[in-house]
Design a protein around this ligand. Structure first.
Ligand code: ADP
Ligand code: ASP
Ligand code: MG
Length: 439
């Protein structure tokens, strides 16, 4: 079995949904199709939730109506028969009635997550209606029946696998299964999600859960590029990369993949292909266990980083000191991205600021604490980049005009990370583009 995931732009217009229908019906291999919400929908739902959280019901109503109008304009070009149109109307009515009811009840976080789930529910149901109209046999697989996360918001892969396999076993002869990306149930059995961009993560988890032959991520660009195409001109797609390289790029800001979306596929050695719905014959990027190529392959950047420096002349070299520092972050469930040490200080970076004040207060018992907000991690990735002669030098040479706050190198063979003030991010990405690519 294989997985084909289509992102927001790939389902964002009626004609694109028709294209998706063509792509999923080309082969014979049984396929689980994972769909995102139509592009713009999740942002709109976030906006509705924010208006409700702020108690501004008239703004929420206005936003619900705008989104509703979008769907009412969408479906007539999607399906043609009276029967299919009636179905589509019914689906849209059901979900917008739900949103409108929320205007009348008191708002909380669980309701907000219900709101966020509407996008994927709508897109999959509308797409399923299109398949029905065209008499293409398919099974609707509600993600809420098998996708789950634990109390730490981590996916429960063994459970997901068991449940999904049991559902699939009920349909041994079917070839097409349609499910939602992004949404899941949490440990309280409430509707939850895998965070923004989470449909990639769903696809990879489903691929791992059933040990799929391949996990295809269909999007609006021809694969992973060597630099952020939103910032830098003349970027190029990369034909092949390893799971380690892709995981590093996804985690450090390459928006084409959800930050955590590689590990499930890597764990079960399922190759991941990044493909372009708008240009289906383009090669795209193949991500697999081992690749031959060495040297700098790609650069990504992650914004919204905060650097914390703990200075302590007395204690830094004492054993157990770093452990005590890390325990503070562990206590507040705050992951650390980068670390550098010197004789008198240690610097770490975080991107989750929910507990920054408490963390700062506790760290102050170890020494002086300095906080620098608005930083960006620039991550340079390539197979054996750390061992490739001249690679690190070319990275630092390219950044000659930019103040570098931290450098992390040697943690793995395939990455060099640099922390700069966010105001230098674009300049850093552009300078590195000129300086490090020899091909
Ligand atoms: P989807 O809706 O299909 O999930 P996304 O918008 O989440 O699509 O991801 C695709 C976008 O990621 C591209 O349009 C591109 O602008 C952006 N992107 C950022 N960095 C990269 C990169 N290194 N390679 C390719 N695309 C990237
Ligand atoms: N619709 C969700 C989002 O916009 C999930 C996804 O598209 O991957 O974040
Ligand atoms: Mg995405």
């Amino acid at each position: 079995m294989k997985i084909m995931k289509f992102g927001g732009t790939s389902v964002g217009r009626p004609e694109r949904m028709h294209q998706v229908k063509d792509l999923i019906t080309r082969g014979d291999e049984p396929t689980i199709v994972v769909l995102s919400a139509l592009s713009g929908t999740t942002n709109a739902l976030v906006g509705i939730g924010e208006a409700l959280a702020a108690g501004d019901k008239s703004l929420a109503k206005e936003r619900i109506d705008t989104l509703h109008a979008h769907y009412l304009a969408f479906y007539p070009a999607l399906v043609q028969t009276a029967e299919a149109r009636a179905k589509a109307e019914e689906i849209i009515k059901e979900h917008f009635e739900f949103l409108n009811i929320l205007l009348k009840i008191s708002f909380n976080e669980a309701i907000n997550r219900d709101i966020l789930a509407q996008g994927e529910l709508l897109s999959t149901k509308l797409f399923f209606t299109l398949l029905g109209e065209l008499q293409i046999p398919a099974v609707f697989l509600p993600a809420l029946d098998f996708m789950s996360i634990d109390e730490n918001s981590e996916p429960e892969l063994p459970k997901i696998s068991e449940k999904l396999k049991a559902i699939l076993a009920q349909h041994p002869k079917e070839r097409l299964f349609i499910t939602q990306g992004y949404i899941c149930k949490n440990h309280r059995n409430e509707v939850d999600n895998l965070k923004r961009g989470g449909s990639d993560y769903t696809a990879s988890l489903v691929a791992a859960a059933i040990n799929a032959s391949v996990c295809e991520i269909w999007t609006d660009i021809d694969g992973m590029h060597n630099n952020d195409p939103r910032v830098v001109d003349r970027t190029r797609p990369i034909a092949e990369m390893s799971f380690d390289e892709a995981a590093e790029l996804a985690y450090f800001g390459a928006k084409i993949l959800h930050p955590a979306s590689i590990w499930p596929a890597q764990l079960y050695n399922v190759p991941v292909k990044l493909l372009n719905t708008m240009e289906p014959t383009a090669h795209g990027t193949l991500i697999k266990a081992e690749v031959e190529t060495t040297g700098v392959k790609a650069i990504a950047a992650k914004d919204g980083i905060t650097a914390i420096k703990i200075k302590s002349s007395r204690m830094l070299l004492a054993y157990g000191f770093l452990r005590r520092i890390f325990e503070v972050f562990e206590k507040y469930k705050t992951p650390i991205d980068m670390i550098t040490t010197s004789e008198v200080a240690v610097s770490v970076t975080i991107d989750d600021l929910s507990h920054l004040e408490q963390i700062q207060a506790e760290l102050e018992s170890f020494g002086t604490v300095e906080i620098d907000r608005n930083q960006a991690i620039i991550c340079v990735v390539g197979n054996k980049v750390a061992e490739t002669k001249g690679a690190v030098q070319s990275v630092l040479d390219s950044l000659i005009n930019i103040p570098v706050r931290m450098v992390s190198f040697g943690g793995s063979k395939h990455n060099v990370s640099i922390l700069v003030d966010a105001q230098y991010k674009t300049q850093a990405l552009k300078s590195l583009n000129e300086g490090v690519f020899t091909w």
